[in-house]
Ligand binder design. Structure first.
Ligand code: PLP
Length: 402
């Protein structure tokens, strides 16, 4: 065998996930004994609630741990169908639900099942890092729709209409948004719903943060606007963020039966069922007491307010108020192109973030990974102490740049 091995050309345009890279770099520095504060990871710092862990333990003792139906165990699919039908005002049967190994896997199956070579998917930017790469892996073309901070990063119906071509299949709507924390208003959702029907688009509604909205913001489901939109919406959701269950790896999709069946075919020839024990835990999460969500949401909200206040106090930094998810997305472009005390010019946000972690001992994710160069993403799903110390480090480091 020649070395290095020739890698399939379909991977040529694919970038590694920048959020995972930043998190790994911070973890490595920490393991080397360096005191780093990391705002990189997109996961709650809370432990999975006890009643969920107890249900998993009890199931293990009863011998859970076998292959299940590829689509997931029926009680879980029933619970998901009931919850999503209620939230999105659509009628979803358990057959229209596919449980996968995290919502990331759900999205991957979805793009693989949906796209022919050259099919286009509209993706508003800033976007979650994986959408464009997944679309490309599936042979599709991501069409990026730029939004503006001053419009709270909302894509407009006019932009969507103007971007549609004969090849457009779908639009990804991530509400609340990772990385910006923006939450669409009812009026914005209604305008988008109209254009989606006019242009015959499928809506890929990534609602993984829908239960994490703050202040007077409300989550408005596009599927619920009217039955025409409901029919053309694929719901992507999961337990990772809502129930502090990122490592259990359970996400799910609900939508048109033939699409779910096609995704099931892919899952059946790749991973088979998601982990049995995690499915039991997800069932306990969805059907058990829900007060854990309010407790975590309250803590996130307090941290959000503190983080935004501290970020806004840094000279020449602006930060929109994030209204959902657990990220702040400040604009650091005033510090790009400046020179560090060590003598390097920080030409872009990637270099700035590398320098921040190495010299400032604080890890944040460069906005260019989300299609928003000049911005950075900070997760506030960490302790108040880390927020105060970490944003303090960020502020002090930035102010040494000339
Ligand atoms: C917008 C968005 N969608 C989907 C996912 C995938 O979540 P998981 O695979 O943990 O269920 C994430 C995780 O970071 C996300 O931020």
């Amino acid at each position: 065998m020649p070395t290095p091995i020739k890698i399939a050309s379909r991977l040529d345009p694919i970038k590694p996930s920048i959020t995972l890279a930043v998190t790994a770099k911070a973890a490595k520095l920490k393991a080397d004994g360096i005191d780093i504060i990391s705002f990189g990871a997109g996961e709650p710092d809370f432990d999975t609630p006890d009643h969920i862990k107890d249900a998993a333990r009890a199931a293990l003792d009863k011998g859970v741990g076998k292959y299940t139906d590829t689509a997931g165990i029926l009680p879980l699919r029933k619970a998901i169908a009931a919850e999503l039908s209620a939230v999105h005002k659509v009628s979803i049967e358990p057959d229209q639900v596919l449980v996968s190994t995290g919502a990331k896997h759900s999205l991957y199956n979805l793009f693989m099942a949906l796209l022919d070579p050259g099919d286009e998917v509209l993706i508003p930017a800033p976007y979650w890092v994986s959408y464009p790469d997944m679309v490309m892996l599936a042979g599709g073309r991501p069409i990026i729709l730029e939004t503006k901070a001053e419009n709270d990063f909302a894509v407009t119906a006019q932009q969507v209409a103007a971007a549609c071509s004969g090849r457009t299949r779908a639009i990804v709507l991530n509400n609340p948004s990772n990385p910006t924390g923006a939450v669409y208003t009812r009026a914005q959702i209604e305008a988008l719903a109209k254009v989606v029907v006019e242009k015959d688009l499928l809506v890929i509604s990534d609602d993984i943060y829908r239960q994490l909205v703050y202040g007077d913001a409300e989550y408005v489901s596009i599927a619920a606007v009217n039955p025409e939109v409901g029919k053309r919406t694929v719901l992507v959701d999961g337990v990772s963020k809502t129930y502090a269950m990122t490592g259990w790896r359970i996400g799910y999709t609900a939508g048109p039966l033939n699409l779910i069946k096609a995704m099931n075919k892919i899952q059946g020839q790749s991973t088979s069922n998601p982990t049995h024990i995690s499915q039991i835990a997800a069932l306990a999460a969805l059907t058990g007491p829900q007060d854990c969500i309010a407790t975590m949401r309250k803590a996130f909200d307090e941290r959000r307010i503190e983080m935004v206040k501290l970020l806004r106090a840094i000279p020449n930094v602006t930060c929109r108020e994030p209204k959902g998810a657990f990220y702040a997305f400040p604009d650091l472009s005033a510090y790009i192109g400046k020179k560090s005390a060590e003598g390097s010019i920080l030409d872009d946000d990637v270099q700035l973030c590398d320098w921040l972690v190495e010299v400032g001992k604080v890890a944040v994710v460069p906005g260019s990974g989300f299609g928003a160069p000049g911005f950075v993403r900070l997760s506030y799903a960490c302790s108040m102490k880390n927020i105060q110390e970490g944003v303090g480090r960020l502020s002090r480091a930035l102010q040494t740049l000339r």
